[in-house]
Design a protein around this ligand. Structure first.
Ligand SMILES: [Zn+2]
Length: 79
């Protein structure tokens, strides 16, 4: 799994729709990828905040912003 794969699975991950295998792949990837770990933690916190107000769907706009930010950083770190 790479960063793009992980981001593609993020919504299902938080909706608890992923297979055990995929969840494990995400766990392994985030263990070795600081950027994705940050995205995962940030998204989780965001969802928890929204859950408090009964609105917990991550907006596609937020997802887009996270996606762009993480991809920019991942590409940066490979230079
Ligand atoms: Zn990553």
């Amino acid at each position: 799994m790479n960063c793009t794969d992980l981001l593609g699975q993020l919504t299902d991950y938080f909706d608890d729709k992923l297979s055990a295998d995929l969840r494990e792949e995400i766990r392994v990837h985030t263990a070795g990828c600081q950027h994705c770990r940050v995205v995962l933690n940030t998204t989780r916190q965001t969802i928890e905040v929204y859950k408090g107000t009964e609105i917990y769907e991550v907006s596609s706009e937020l997802r887009e912003r996270l996606h762009s930010a993480i991809m920019a950083r991942c590409l940066d770190s490979k230079k």
